[in-house]
Design a binder for this molecule. Sequence first.
Ligand code: GDP
Length: 314
Amino acid sequence: MSRKTPTLLVFSGGTGTPKLLIGLKNVFDEAALSVIVNTAEDVWVSGNLVCPDIDSVLYALSGRIDEERWWGVKGDTFTTHEALKKLGYVEVLKIGDSDRATHILRSELLRAGKSLTEATRILAERLGVRAKVIPMTDDRVETFIHTTKGAMHFQEFWVLWKGEPEVLSVEFRGVDAATPSAAFQEELRRASTVLIGPSNPITSIGPILRLRGVREALKNKFVVAVSPIIGRKAVSGPAAKLMRACGYEASAFGVLKCYADFLDALIVDTRDDVVGSAREINGVKILATDTIMRDVKSCERLARFILNIIEAKD
Ligand code: GDP
């Protein structure tokens, strides 16, 4: 089923929002989706630029994503990664061969002078993705986690250190000098509604919101977010730990606080025992439903729930 509705602007990190995009693609018009994607976790590996969140969005929308890990390509092989290991070169990220092909093409396009926006558009087209997938910026922004073991790139913190060190603060290096990509600015001008998917509010949505003018622009729009936190725990990943380190309660209430200056509605899980029974907090509508996306049906169900909220506000 496809329903014809105006463009929907979605802010995305990895895992949670790509799952939701699978649902939205099936119950909405994919070509009417514009997805702004976090790039602050991007990292150069073995000569190629890995964009974990852009890749997850592209793979989710093209039906390629590895649904066990929620990153990389389903059924991928690791021949190059293993061959490098035999040569004594150990890559921090275990990159699959097909996944690496995406990184190679992206990096060749960048080396040929294309912007990340343009490289992403070309990749999306070649993977058969009809939604607009737009990097938040064409400038370099890098997330560094300051810990008791020292400052480290987000990927080093999460992959090498398994998220274990105590976190002191989070830094988005380069963000003050960065501007939202031209395509992002254009979408932001046009959109009347923005959906913030269930992604890490600190390290995935945080960098998007830190770009110049974004928070201000959101104040004039209907903004609905899905909480990636249920009760006091993230469904996956380090969101709860990072929220606490940045002074937010690790709960849907903390998520609401992260977006307090522009949020109109927050979707929380029916199992949530922190805010699940509230109807409204600080002027933000609270709407409860099953937000766990375990299969395509549950992704579609959540997507429909959100579309109904958006349609009801008009
Ligand atoms: P990271 O994994 O923390 O680096 O952040 P991402 O932005 O990639 O997104 C992962 C977020 O998605 C986590 O905070 C998860 O809690 C959330 N998430 C993953 N799957 C689901 C789901 O099925 N439902 C909800 N509500 N959140 C989810």
